[in-house]
Design a protein around this ligand. Structure first.
Ligand SMILES: Cc1cc2nc3c(=O)[nH]c(=O)nc-3n(C[C@H](O)[C@H](O)[C@H](O)COP(=O)(O)OP(=O)(O)OC[C@H]3O[C@@H](n4cnc5c(N)ncnc54)[C@H](O)[C@@H]3O)c2cc1C
Length: 389
């Protein structure tokens, strides 16, 4: 453990994807951030519990500086996104909206592995932060082993229930969708050909992201009202696979569950945004700062932009000889990031509401499914332009 009197420049609380992305980007700017996470160090890499894949936009790939050979080995480029409004019983690619994408599908655990391999990990692992206070020009963190850690700046990457955000009394505006996303890997009889699929169905969306390691496998995100999702999750894998097929249709042929015990996950869906993403010697990033409905697949892409923005601001602070916790500098980060993340949170929540309980006339517009998407500008911009920025 560090000497209790040592004041770190930067401590990042939370070593999920947001914390790791931030730590690496700060290291690339010459900082030596210290991470804190309740998981032991060995468990950071074994995030098998995270069964999700992320569709990283070209902008996020660029900001992360993912090497071309790594991307080709671990990622699948989305050649085309096939989207329908879900009013017909099965997705028909001939009738669906077809969008260009260029995003890369990466398993969250592969991205975690890449980040850990590409940085020097320094931190207090196996310890949760239980309290935080300002004291003599520094922020002091109290850990659950009663030790303390002090820093000029603390970056909260501790997830949507962020303890640091609550301790700082930063108001956050939550929305519980009462939906749960089931996630995992599914195998299908026909090859995906680099196509991602998304059905906007009453009750929830079904999305399939093509995987790189097998042309007949995709990563699925299947959203249903929470009660129904829990029932589905408890079904035997083969039955769950056939239910998913019934919801999706036959565009990729029959579905089967992977041979070994499938590592499927379930994620209750809640959104929130904050009135501010900075506090005294404190900034929020990732899900601590914003959480949005995954129907546009933007949460982590926003986080990559948060991390790049904050690293640039802090590098500037240091170049100008300023304290890293300087409030004016942190306001620059806030100006850069808060508006965009609040806008996306509102847009994805609004889109969920229209699709979930839009008035009958609006749903009627969607005859055939495609018209709904074509006639709602926010949907188009989310799926086409915004999603690729
Ligand atoms: C179903 C689903 C699909 C998604 N798909 C996409 C997609 O396609 N594209 C996209 O861009 N985004 C997507 N997202 C969003 C993305 O997955 C999340 O934004 C991202 O994983 C969250 O990262 P995070 O590090 O901010 O939070 P978390 O993963 O919650 O990490 C928080 C970390 O903080 C630690 N922590 C918590 N409390 C403390 C404490 N007191 N002290 C110390 N450490 C603490 C935890 O141990 C954890 O390691 C999706 C989300 C869901 C739910």
């Amino acid at each position: 453990m560090r000497h209790p009197d040592t004041v770190q420049e930067i401590v990042i609380v939370g070593a999920g994807l947001a914390g790791l992305i931030q730590a690496r980007s700060l290291q690339q700017c010459g900082f030596a951030p210290v991470l804190v996470d309740p998981r032991p160090e060995a468990a950071l890499r074994l995030s098998n519990a995270d069964t999700r894949s992320t569709a990283l936009t070209p902008r996020a790939v660029e900001l992360l500086g993912l090497p071309e050979d790594w991307l080709r080995a671990h990622g699948q480029r989305i050649e085309e996104k096939v989207v329908d409004g879900g009013l017909s019983p099965a997705l028909d690619p001939a009738q669906a909206l077809r969008l260009e994408s260029g995003a890369w599908v990466i398993f969250n655990r592969d991205l975690t592995g890449f980040l850990l391999d590409d940085m020097t990990l320094d931190g207090a692992f196996g310890n949760a932060v239980t309290d935080s206070r300002i004291e003599d020009g520094k922020r002091v963190l109290v850990l659950d082993n009663q030790q303390t850690l002090a820093a000029r700046l603390v970056i909260a990457a501790d997830g949507k229930d962020s303890l640091l955000r609550r301790r700082e009394d930063i108001a956050s505006f939550p929305r519980d969708f009462r939906q749960t996303a089931l996630t995992g890997r599914i195998e299908h009889a026909q090859p995906h050909q680099g196509r991602a699929f998304q059905r906007f169905l009453p009750g929830g969306t079904v999305a399939l992201l093509p995987l790189a390691d097998d042309p007949r496998a995709s990563s699925f995100i299947w959203v249903e009202p929470t009660g129904k999702a829990s029932g589905l999750f408890s079904l035997p894998p083969a039955v769950l696979a056939s239910r998913l097929h019934a919801r999706f249709g036959d565009a990729l042929g029959a579905f089967t569950a992977p041979g070994d015990a499938p590592a499927w996950g379930q994620f209750p869906l809640r959104a929130h945004h904050c009135e501010t993403i900075v506090g005294a010697r404190l900034t929020l990033i990732g899900e601590a700062a914003h959480s949005m409905h995954p129907l546009a697949g933007q949460g982590l892409n926003m986080t990559v932009k948060d991390a790049a923005s904050l690293a640039a601001v802090l590098a500037d602070q240091r170049r100008n000889g300023l304290d890293l916790g300087d409030a004016q500098g942190l306001q620059t980060y806030q100006r850069d990031r808060r508006a965009e993340t609040a806008r996306f949170t509102a847009l994805t929540t609004g889109l969920h509401d229209v699709l979930d309980r839009g008035p009958a006339p609006l749903r009627a517009l969607a005859a055939g499914g495609l018209q709904l998407i074509n006639r709602l500008p926010p949907v188009k911009s989310l799926l086409r332009r915004e999603a690729n920025r």
